[in-house]
Design a protein around this ligand. Structure first.
Ligand SMILES: *[C@@H]1O[C@H](CO)[C@@H](O)[C@H](O)[C@H]1NC(C)=O
Length: 393
């Protein structure tokens, strides 16, 4: 918990710096002091635990959204709701440009919390395993600090509480709602459990991969397993498809252009002596540029269809869906990234601001960056719950 106050202080100092006439260090120190007050710190601990105990999945964050709106009401911050089903977009400051957005995601995951502690998830099979409970709390903390210093603001801070980051592309829905039209820059972050407390990691340019999902149905002809020559075996065909897909990265891709193809799903058959009619496979693919991503997509389809036909099977391939859109790569704006580094160094000390290697995880923050310059960074651990590997993280 200790660390969370730094994060939102960095976020808000980032915003204030160009707008004010006196030293950033002074502001940083003032905000840090303010954040340590029990009315801020203990309040944040309470909010985070409340959200942690009541995790909600993407586009179902109704109670979380209510908690956010209640807190914004108490702070006297106006907001728009609903944005993208459960989302809340708050505004504070002068109401004039520049508009700068800070974003937090709200959704939890379909994972059972295994850690026994006082504030464990009360919902079986759901938990905040990816720390979004912390993100919401940090943005509320930033709102509280900014509100108490609103006389310093010469612009408008847009607080974006977005639904459904975990594969649902909530960010895209927020963008499509048009509520960020005037926004000139956007900052986001993700908590991260591995590094020591008090450190932040980020980089200029591509930081997280673009991500897509695929599914294929490979159809043969079922029959008795003892007389395979009367069947067309989709299990063997699908097995060869899986192996051939591995060649896309190992043989067709520049080793210096990182990409991933993973088959994570393989369903077929139900008896030890029956060859099934069909097999369904599915997986994810990742790349850091749009060109590599589209090339991979095309070749995945060709390999599945071609390899299935070698084994006399037919294959149909589908990519993404409305609730699982392609996520673009997360690419940080160079200027905003430098700016973030400077401010973070001022708050945390320059030694605690680290250069990050790109990760093949994905983030729907990238949808904002398609229309607004943005900077995304990763912060040190925070959640008691650990880090959940998910469909998109
Ligand atoms: C594959 O599709 C073709 C054309 O529709 C069809 O004639 C053939 O029977 C199909 N094969 C299998 C194994 O389903």
């Amino acid at each position: 918990m200790k660390v969370s106050k730094w994060f939102f202080v960095i976020m808000i100092v980032s915003f204030l710096k160009p707008q004010i006439s006196f030293g950033v260090s002074e502001i940083s120190q003032e905000f840090l002091k303010f954040a340590k007050k029990s009315e801020v710190f203990d309040w944040m601990v309470g909010v985070r635990r409340k959200i942690h105990e009541n995790p909600e999945l993407g586009y179902q964050e109704f109670e979380t959204s209510k908690v956010i709106r209640e807190e914004l009401d108490k702070l006297g911050i106006s907001y728009k709701h609903p944005i993208a089903v459960t989302g809340v977009v708050g505004f504070l400051g002068s109401g004039e440009p520049p508009f700068v957005a800070l974003r937090a995601d709200m959704d939890a995951l379909s994972i059972q919390e295994m850690v026994e502690w006082k504030h464990k998830s009360k919902v079986p099979g759901k938990m905040h395993a990816c720390g979004h409970d912390g993100h919401v709390t940090m943005l509320l903390g930033a709102a509280k600090i900014l509100k108490s210093h609103s006389h310093l603001l010469k612009g408008t801070v847009v607080l974006v509480f977005q639904p459904a980051e975990e594969g649902g592309g909530g960010a895209k829905q927020v963008v499509d709602s048009g509520s960020l039209e005037n926004v000139k820059a956007i900052f986001g972050l993700h908590v991260f459990p591995q590094p020591p407390l008090g450190q932040v990691f980020s980089k200029s340019g591509a930081i997280l991969a673009g991500s897509g999902v695929f599914e294929a149905v490979i159809t043969g002809k079922g029959g008795h397993a003892a007389i395979p020559h009367h069947s067309i075996d989709p299990i063997l065909a699908a097995s060869n498809v899986v192996v051939s897909l591995q060649h896309l990265v190992s043989r067709e891709t520049d080793p210096l252009d990182s990409q991933v193809v993973t088959v994570a799903k393989f369903h077929g058959g139900g008896a030890f002596n029956v060859i099934p009619d069909s097999v369904t496979i599915g997986g994810t693919f990742r790349a850091f540029s749009k060109q590599s991503f589209m090339q991979l997509k095309q070749r995945i389809e060709e390999v599945i269809v071609g390899q299935a036909s070698v084994h006399r099977c037919n294959a149909s391939v589908t990519f993404g869906s409305k609730d699982k859109p392609f996520f673009p790569a997360t690419i940080n704006h160079e200027g905003l990234h430098k700016f973030f580094q400077e401010i973070a160094g001022d708050v945390l000390g320059v030694d605690n601001v680290k250069e990050m290697l790109p990760l093949t995880g994905a983030e729907d923050f990238s949808f904002y960056q398609e229309i607004i310059p943005g900077d995304f960074s990763c912060k040190v651990p925070w959640s008691n719950s650990g880090f959940g590997e998910t469909s998109t993280c």
